[in-house]
Design a protein around this ligand. Structure first.
Ligand code: G4P
Length: 188
């Protein structure tokens, strides 16, 4: 998607060999009109597939997921990285290891927000190692719901996220695919 590629080229900052800093419009400050355009494009890509809910992983996936859900006209559900303190809540949980951030967490979803008739689109900001997305897939499968696909703003194609998902039969749409970083410059 040219709009996103241009924004990355103009405002993204390459850190070291494999990190793209996009704090100015995705991860810290959000360019809301721009994000709405991304959400609209995401919804158009997946429309007509009977999607009943959009799921995302807190926190940076929330903004693109909100706008995707708005244009698909379905609810958006946030998968939490910490269990609710409310002991009465029945939850599905799975452990996710984040290699980029060198930590792990229990991805958590209250059972009341998913059912076996749901057909779910997972939306996130980055697809890198694919640990967050495959964690979301495990949770959805635990609840016997089905998965329409995974939509991300930025895929780092030199990392194994897409392969992990596609090998499980899950379709992936990335609005920008980064081939590599050469001398501090992004190559799509
Ligand atoms: P995954 O996201 O594909 O599972 O890979 P990994 O476990 O390696 O990534 C862990 C976290 O690092 C994720 O954020 C992911 O979005 C973020 N990340 C990976 N590569 C980049 C990058 O090049 N630039 C930026 N800005 N972030 C990257 P998270 O822990 O879910 O945090 P949050 O930002 O959603 O709160």
């Amino acid at each position: 998607m040219k709009l996103l590629e241009d924004k990355i080229l103009n405002e993204g900052i390459v850190l070291g060999q494999d990190i793209l800093k996009v704090d100015g419009f995705i991860n810290h400050q959000i360019d809301v009109s721009f994000m709405e355009e991304l959400g609209k494009d995401m919804a158009e890509y997946f429309q007509g597939q009977g999607i009943t809910k959009v799921f995302t992983i807190e926190s940076s996936g929330i903004a693109p997921a909100v706008f995707t859900a708005k244009y698909l006209n379905v609810p958006m559900v946030i998968l939490k990285k910490q269990a609710s303190k409310n002991l009465k809540t029945q939850v599905w949980q799975t452990e996710v290891v984040s290699y980029t951030k060198d930590l792990s967490y229990e991805l958590t979803l209250a059972k009341e927000y998913i059912s076996d008739t749901d057909h779910i689109l997972i939306v996130d900001d980055f697809l890198a190692n694919g640990e967050a997305a495959t964690g979301a897939v495990r949770l959805i499968r635990k609840a016997h719901a089905t998965i329409a696909g995974v939509g991300v703003l930025i895929e780092k194609s030199f990392q194994p996220g897409r392969e992990k998902l596609e090998s499980q039969g899950i379709s992936v749409y990335a609005q920008a695919q980064i081939r590599d970083f050469e001398n501090g410059k992004v190559r799509f």
